[in-house]
Write a protein that binds this ligand. Structure first.
Ligand SMILES: NC(=O)c1ccc[n+]([C@@H]2O[C@H](COP(=O)([O-])OP(=O)(O)OC[C@H]3O[C@@H](n4cnc5c(N)ncnc54)[C@H](OP(=O)(O)O)[C@@H]3O)[C@@H](O)[C@H]2O)c1
Length: 239
């Protein structure tokens, strides 16, 4: 199986692990990066790096053109790029709120809409959106982030209904706390508090998220759509 796979935000963290996992399985992998240089590790695996800020529709269009020229239409899309701008509500500026929504939700809309062009023509496709346990459970200081991640569930489920007849699946992965730059920035006290609430007693490794994303994109998952799969060590049980 060598499909055209696109991962947004593939230059570090969870996105990098997802890009690596698909490439190691033999897929043609392209990934977007917004800043810095493409990681050598992915270049060595033959992955295509495409510079793209998902808050800019023109850059998204350009990125797709580049990927389509090199790898053909995208058959598997993993919408992973995301940001946090944590703040208690009373101190949260409108910009803190709208920029997180514009990246995590509207940015996902931009890349999913563009991918669907080719998937509709092919009458098949796999879309996996990276949400978060806090999208369903909530988290003090993350009203903007939590709202953006909860919205991805309604977005994916609506599209699952809209495009199921074309054999395009839309699923959501909801990681708990994963050891990446995003969580390394948290204060020590918060990290310890969160850890004490995770039944498995540890943070996830990026590979543990990547494995589930790959499964949802595989033949074995052909009858799964509109699902929200928690990968959170038990943190979100009941949500
Ligand atoms: N870490 C966790 O515990 C955790 C838990 C649940 C869900 N998640 C979700 O998993 C995803 C990946 O998280 P992570 O921990 O790997 O985060 P990370 O290490 O902070 O990486 C975020 C990635 O998103 C990219 N990105 C951000 N804004 C972008 C934009 N406007 N356009 C294009 N790319 C953009 C970043 O690019 P640059 O390098 O250019 O900034 C980077 O590649 C996110 O959606 C996050 O919300 C993470």
């Amino acid at each position: 199986m060598s499909r055209s796979v696109l991962v947004t935000g593939g230059n570090r963290g969870i996105g990098l692990a997802i890009a690596r996992a698909f490439a190691q399985a033999g897929d043609k992998v392209a990934y977007t990066y917004r800043s810095g240089e493409p990681p050598a590790e992915l270049t060595d695996l033959g992955c295509l790096a495409v510079r793209c800020d998902i808050t800019d529709s023109e850059q998204v269009e350009q990125a797709y053109k580049e990927v389509e020229e090199r790898h053909g239409p995208v058959e598997v899309l993993v919408a992973n790029a995301g940001i946090t701008k944590d703040q208690l509500l009373m101190r949260m500026s409108e910009e803190d709120f709208t920029s997180v929504i514009d990246t995590n939700l509207t940015g996902t809309f931009r890349v999913v809409k563009r991918a669907n062009k080719g998937m509709l023509r092919a009458r098949k496709g796999r879309v996996v959106l990276i949400s978060s346990v806090v999208g369903l459970a909530g988290q003090a200081g993350q009203a903007n982030y939590s709202a953006s991640k909860a919205a991805l569930v309604g977005f994916a489920r609506s599209l699952a209904r809209e495009l199921g007849s074309r054999s395009i699946t839309f699923n959501v992965v909801a990681p708990g706390f994963v050891d990446t730059d995003m969580t390394r920035d948290l204060p020590e006290e918060t990290r310890d508090d969160l850890l004490s609430k995770i039944p498995l007693g540890r943070y996830a490794a990026v590979e543990e998220i990547a494995g589930v994303v790959r499964f949802l994109s595989s033949d074995e998952a052909s009858y799964i759509t509109g699902a929200v799969i928690p990968v959170d060590g038990g943190l979100g049980m009941g949500h």
